[in-house]
Design a protein around this ligand. Structure first.
Ligand SMILES: [Zn+2]
Length: 468
């Protein structure tokens, strides 16, 4: 029984089939909310299986839109049988003079055509694609800030928010931690559903543009996003040693610059939300945050921490460092022959994402999806069936990390409690217990946020979930 958005009493739902499984609603600790919506507006390239089909998908769309940048998202050449990317002349030949930007699934690299490259060069002088004039790939910098440099129109932003939150609720999620540019925070706050809990980490090229931490209703400006390195897919994560192809990557800034950002975050009362994937970036964060104890904010959030093991145990402190990790990466990239293998070789690849290390050390660990794909159910198997069994964690712990713990490390303590009388009524009804059987075939039937039904599966007869 729910009244005024709070659970007043709990009793069994029904003794008759169909049985349902009720759980605290999920919380996705790492996503890109506006980008999720923009993906639904732009060209979805996730189904492409090579350069040819990507060019076809873009050719079909580039001619149809009248103005603005043609945006495409989510291609992933690590899934293609031939990972060759289209060249700049090939892309130009199907796109004409319309600027086109096609972001890789990781968001750290993008294919651009010549008109788009000219636009980027005008704002970020000296930018060139890798292997220019043949190559079409841009990495990091302007790709990470694409929505700041080339903002969507206000109408596109509002549409993106509404499409994204539909997807959020359909996944049984009622809370998210999202990275947004300083310029889009207000649009997200204004357009989002009032019962969707949103913890924003602000990302800006200029930290002086970070806002102060704030909280209005379910909307919190909580963190300051700091990128210490790139991604493994783009070979820009600052990993220990070199990549399988001999290339190397180092952290994006020196210790002093990181220290200044931690100080600026403290001044704004923002939690530093530090993207650090490779062991070198993680060691740097560990080292610099130790120098700042007492001056930096009480909490530092570490995002991804994929290559944590070589940087462990270091000086990490459970009272300071909280971790946000993505078990769906294990399923997606950590299988034999997968992207991690291709980039690092199998020995190093198998040791990535060592979830159990953190729990054994008493650290807070929340899970998120990074939108690949959004939501917890697809990724759960990566947490409970890690290729290195010692790094797996029990299903119940994984479910907590995708709900209560994710909320906790995102500043929503009121959601960090099991279902009980007096708790805010954010819950999800599933058609089966994800701990029994295959979690990714578990279906979300009903999502409730603050006592309000925000998603009902089409298979549920009208009125069947009344009485909440
Ligand atoms: Zn991300």
């Amino acid at each position: 029984m729910i009244r005024d958005g709070v659970i007043r009493s709990i009793s069994p739902l029904s003794r008759k089939p169909p049985r349902v499984f009720a759980a605290p609603a999920f919380f996705d600790a790492h996503c890109h909310f506006l980008w999720m919506g923009m993906e639904r507006i732009g060209i979805d390239l996730s189904g492409c299986d090579g350069a040819g089909s990507l060019l076809e998908a873009v050719a079909g769309r580039a001619g149809r839109q009248d103005e603005g940048i043609v945006r495409g998202e989510k291609w992933d050449e690590s899934d293609w049988s031939d990972p060759r990317l289209p060249s700049l002349p090939e892309l130009d030949s199907v796109t004409g003079d319309r600027p086109v930007m096609l972001r890789r699934v990781c968001g750290h690299s993008a294919l651009v055509n010549t008109p788009m490259l000219r636009l980027v060069e005008a704002l970020v002088p000296g930018t060139k694609t890798l292997g220019w004039p043949e190559g079409a790939l841009l990495v990091e910098g302007p790709v990470l800030t694409a929505y700041e440099l080339f903002p969507p129109t206000p109408g596109e932003m509002r549409l993106a928010v509404s499409l994204a939150q539909e997807a959020v609720f359909a996944a049984g999620v009622t809370g998210i931690s999202t990275t947004e540019s300083a310029g889009s925070i207000q649009t997200v706050a204004d357009a989002a559903h009032p019962e969707l809990s949103i913890s924003v980490s602000v990302h800006s090229n200029d930290p002086l543009l970070w806002p102060d931490a704030s909280r209005t209703g379910r909307f919190a400006v909580y963190g300051a996003k700091i990128f210490l390195d790139g991604g493994l897919g783009a070979s820009t994560a600052a990993v220990e040693g070199s990549y399988a192809d001999g290339s190397e990557a180092s952290p994006a800034m020196d210790d002093a610059a990181l220290g200044r950002l931690l100080e600026e975050a403290a001044r704004r009362r923002l939690v530093p939300v530090v993207h650090a994937i490779g062991a070198e970036a993680l060691r740097q964060l560990d080292r610099v945050s130790a120098q700042f104890s007492g001056r930096a904010p009480g909490t530092i959030r570490v995002e991804h921490a994929e290559q944590l093991e070589p940087a462990w145990p270091g000086g990490w402190r459970a009272g300071t460092h909280q971790f946000s990790m993505q078990p769906n990466f294990v399923r997606r990239w950590q299988q034999p022959g997968g992207m991690y293998d291709q980039r690092l070789g199998s020995a190093a690849a198998r040791r990535l994402n060592p979830f159990s290390l953190l729990l054994r050390g008493g650290f807070k660990l929340g899970f998120g999806s990074d939108g690949m794909p959004f939501g917890p159910l697809w990724g759960l198997s990566g947490a409970v069936s890690h290729p290195e069994p010692e790094f797996s964690i029990p299903m119940e712990t994984a479910l907590d990390a995708y709900s209560l713990e994710a909320a906790l490390i995102s500043g929503f303590e009121d959601l960090a409690a099991p279902l009980s009388v007096g708790r805010r009524a954010d819950l999800v009804l599933l058609d089966s217990d994800p701990g029994q059987g295959k979690p990714d075939s578990t279906r979300v039937l009903f999502t409730i946020a603050g006592g309000r039904a925000v998603y009902r599966d089409a298979c549920l007869p009208e009125g069947s979930a009344d009485g909440f």
